[in-house]
Design a binder for this molecule. Structure first.
Ligand code: KIV
Length: 273
């Protein structure tokens, strides 16, 4: 007689807050299809992000701007079918959340059709009313600050943010503001490690870093980077190839989860001053 498989309970939004409070680091990876999602789930990845990095690593564009709500819904639904434990976060594409009304429509599609448990959007300032509108309708929101790839045309490239004192101060204020508006999670991308650690300490909500040092509550990487896949784009220095020395893709995901949990990734060389 075979014993029934015991499935771990799905990760919930409140659980992420408890993980921060208990000092347990959160692992996040981007994912775009069901098979990789299944492997990530088995490897113990806590949160899976259908990022609009899809535009670059899957569709072959030079930026995330061409990604649409339809694209994210399609990939999110596929990823959802591969998951049983990890929390699914879906990115809101460029200008799909320019007004609270548009954001609510997009979030409805990402959650109802795409199976997401949380939506992610970039920026503070004019986005605060959008975050508040979503949160007021019980849509869990992940904010994204620092290097915000949807602003690449304005920023003039993919660059570290918050190095000057005034920019660092603005980032700290923006982080507090997105929390105040109702965000339940924050991704900080390409921010000096000391600033990211300071923001992490100042906020009650968990902070997930990418190129933001080891002082965050968790880490996220683009799946292709973690697997050492080189496309047309330059590999950022905060990336580590976890396939090196691992016995296959699922083992590479498990090695990443263990390294994040134990505080071994990111190392000093993956961060910025
Ligand atoms: O789109 C994406 O993959 C992201 C991560 C880099 C955080 O936003």
């Amino acid at each position: 007689m075979s014993t029934p498989e015991v499935r771990p309970a799905p990760v919930s939004v409140p659980q992420l807050g408890r993980m921060k409070a208990e000092g347990r680091r959160i692992s996040m990876l981007t994912c775009y299809d069901a098979t990789f999602a299944f492997a990530m789930d088995r490897a113990g990845v806590d949160t899976v992000l259908v990022g609009d990095s899809l535009g670059m690593v899957v569709q072959g564009h030079d930026s995330t701007l061409p990604v649409t709500v339809d694209h994210i819904v399609y990939h999110s639904a596929a990823v959802a079918r591969g998951l049983s434990r990890a929390l699914l976060v879906a990115d809101m594409p460029f200008l799909s959340y320019a007004t609270p009304g548009r954001a609510l429509d997009a979030a409805r599609r990402l959650m109802a059709e795409g199976g997401a448990a949380m939506v992610k959007l970039e920026g503070a300032g004019p986005m605060l009313v959008v975050i508040a509108a979503l949160a007021a309708r019980d849509v869990p929101v992940c904010a994204h600050l620092g290097l915000t790839p949807q602003s690449v045309m304005k920023l003039g490239g993919f660059r570290v943010q918050g190095r000057e004192a005034a920019a660092a101060q603005r980032l700290r204020e923006d982080a507090r503001a997105v929390q105040q508006a109702g965000a339940a999670l924050l991704v900080l991308e390409c921010v000096p490690r000391t600033l990211a650690a300071q923001i992490t300490t100042e906020l009650e909500i968990p902070v997930i870093g990418i190129g933001a040092g080891a002082g965050c509550d968790g880490q996220v990487l683009v799946m292709h980077d973690l697997l050492g896949l080189r496309g047309r784009h330059r590999t950022p220095r905060f990336v580590k190839d976890f396939l090196v020395g691992a016995d296959g893709v699922e083992a590479a995901f498990a090695a990443y989860v263990a390294a994040v949990r134990e505080g071994r990734f990111p190392a000093e060389e993956h961060g910025f001053d």
